[in-house]
Design a protein around this ligand. Structure first.
Ligand code: GDP
Ligand code: MG
Length: 222
């Protein structure tokens, strides 16, 4: 009985996520669902991405948090349309919550929608929101053993950003072990090492993202 209930929640979410995706496709908007633990660097990555992309792409951000609008305030300071969704306790965003936020945005004026999911290494991976890609960010301070312990998020992501590599000299983080575990769980994962603090490696992320946004815009105009 319980299993049935859980299944129907996930199925209902799939329907709404597909409807969101249809809206994004009609408008040619590329959507990233950014996931990771609290403190991994999600908001900082969005800030760096906005700084780089601002002159090239029209962006908007949806901020998912259990409470507060602190992250939305950080993003809005960059003069980007920002919507805050407070889940009021839920550990992830789902399709319905995101649908509620879409009314606040003018998709005629947006090429790229960045969604910061609730800080959590488990739940956000279970729910589609209508995104083109799930991207996960993990920081070296979280340890090198997370891929095998929390496999689902690694499995559903297209890109894995390993952040805070500026801190590596202070830690026993085994980069090769981390990379090989992650690829064992998902051989298609693009693993990029970055530091949002020093900027190291971010050019690879920007290039990946820009290519995807351009591709979606091209297919939309046809
Ligand atoms: N040393 C270092 N600190 C970082 C880096 N990226 C983010 N931080 C810091 O990590 C903390 C959490 O970052 P935040 O972006 O708020 O994480 P979020 O909870 O995932 O959104 C902040 O104090 C950031 O300044 C990095 O590459 N290196
Ligand atoms: Mg944040």
């Amino acid at each position: 009985m319980e299993i049935k209930v859980v299944k129907s929640i996930l199925e209902a979410n799939e329907v709404i996520a597909s409807q969101n995706r249809e809206v994004f496709s009609q408008k040619g908007v590329y959507v990233v669902n950014l996931m990771g633990s609290p403190g991994a660097g999600k908001t900082t990555l969005l800030e760096r991405t906005i700084e780089y992309m601002k002159e090239k792409k029209r962006m908007a951000v949806i901020e998912g948090d259990i409470a507060t609008s602190r992250d939305a305030e950080r993003i809005a300071a960059h003069a980007i349309p920002t919507v805050q969704i407070n889940t009021g306790g839920a550990c992830h965003l789902d399709g319905n919550m995101v649908r509620g936020g879409l009314q606040e945005l003018d998709f005629e004026q947006i090429d790229l929608l960045l969604v910061e999911n609730v800080g959590n290494l488990v739940c956000p991976a279970e729910f589609r929101i209508g995104e083109d890609a799930k991207v996960m960010i993990i920081s070296v301070t979280e340890g090198d053993d997370k891929a095998l312990k929390y496999p689902l998020m690694f499995q559903v992501s297209s890109v894995l950003l390993l952040n805070k590599i500026d801190l590596l000299p202070h830690l026993d983080f085994d980069l090769e072990r981390f990379r090989s575990d992650a690829l064992k769980v998902n051989p298609h994962l693009a693993v990029l090492t970055i530091s949002c603090k020093t900027g190291e490696g971010l050019d690879n992320w920007f290039r990946w993202l820009e290519e995807k946004v351009n591709k979606k815009a091209t297919s939309w105009k046809r």
